[in-house]
Design a protein around this ligand. Structure first.
Ligand code: MG
Length: 158
């Protein structure tokens, strides 16, 4: 078994969609970035790659590559899933936390789990997502950005 952690931050900006865990969430601002800036999926990708000892998201999907401009991060996650499979790993479980002062994410958590479950071909019970505010503290609390943390366990394919 191998364990990995991931962390990511994106800035909130006008005229961007807010996509978290592959789910679009109605909100006046969205996350800024080269891809769709899905901070939760990026943290999960880094946790998975970290557990496999395969570097990080920037190594596999450089933000200087125009191919990834505006890309749905679910496509990146699917690709990472294929790399893990090729390396002989399957996902044991994933646990993640999103830190955002607003919007309230609780109503979307289950949709995110189901979406990620479909992309990873993994039982949704093995994917846990938590949302927290930061009590108004820090950049998340001021609404300047959203951060995400993830941990992933990989097990050798039988
Ligand atoms: Mg990112």
């Amino acid at each position: 078994m191998r364990i990995g952690i991931g962390y990511d931050v994106h800035r909130l900006a006008q005229k961007r969609r807010l996509v978290l865990g592959g789910v679009e969430i109605p909100f006046p601002r969205g996350l800024e970035g080269h891809s769709d800036a899905d901070v939760l999926i990026h943290a999960i990708i880094d946790a998975l790659l970290g557990a496999a000892g395969l570097g990080d998201i920037g190594v596999h999907f450089p933000d200087t590559d125009p191919a990834y401009r505006g890309i749905d991060s679910c496509i990146l996650l699917k690709e990472v899933s294929g790399k893990l499979d090729a390396a002989g790993w399957e996902v044991g479980n994933i646990d993640a936390t999103v830190a955002a002062q607003k919007p309230k994410l609780a109503p979307y958590i289950n949709d995110m789990r189901l979406r990620l479950s479909g992309v990873l071909n993994l039982a949704s019970g093995l994917i846990n997502i938590k949302a927290k505010t930061t009590e108004g503290l820090g950049f998340e609390g001021r609404g300047e950005g959203i951060s995400a943390y993830a941990a992933a366990l990989l097990v050798r394919k039988s």
